[in-house]
Write a protein that binds this ligand. Sequence first.
Ligand SMILES: [Zn+2]
Length: 231
Amino acid sequence: MHPLEAFYEKKLICVYCSKPFTSLRVRSRFSIPYQVDSDFCPHYRAGNYNPHFYYVNVCPECGFAFSEEFSDQFSKGTKEVIGVQITGQWAKRDFGKVRDIQQALESYKLAILAGSLKREKNAVLAGLCLRLAWLYRTENNTDQETRFMGLALKAYEESYLHSDFTGTSMSEINVLFMLGELSRRLGQYKKAITYFAKVIEHKEGKDEQKIITRAREQWRIAVEENRQGTM
Ligand SMILES: [Zn+2]
């Protein structure tokens, strides 16, 4: 049994079909991580709830899945493609109740597909891939964790190149840090060192001291890992 007081219902409007529906959110006092990894992946003890299970909203009517970072603008032709590839195939299902890990994983895959067809910002797609990698990490599924970290890295690289993180929850320093840390975790140490250096030398760094300090630590680790790898 799940204590219901750990959750509240959030009222939402589908970005695609405009129908209202509800999805659960975890109250913050029920989601206190006992550990946060160097890439910000949180870990929760049993009895606590992972808010990332509920990060994606899935419209029960049409199957369009989205995070709160999705825009409500659809570029030309994308609504038609989504109509064929998502909503036309959808058998009505409800993701609006307490989710198990399988439903959580599926919600992310639906949102990555919807976001790709919609041509959502790379920063938003990267955030979905990253969180999905984190869920696989907590399931000890290293293959899938690596696969989605790789996709997150690619999407953050695109985002950085085109500055499409503007207007999302990510600043340029955040994007650079994630590029460094994902490269490091994927064994691309030289690339990691370059990105961490960009964080450390960033002109807006004085306003984001915490992440600068973290980047210095991760830079040192990446340098050491690179040295051991080339010995
Ligand atoms: Zn819908």
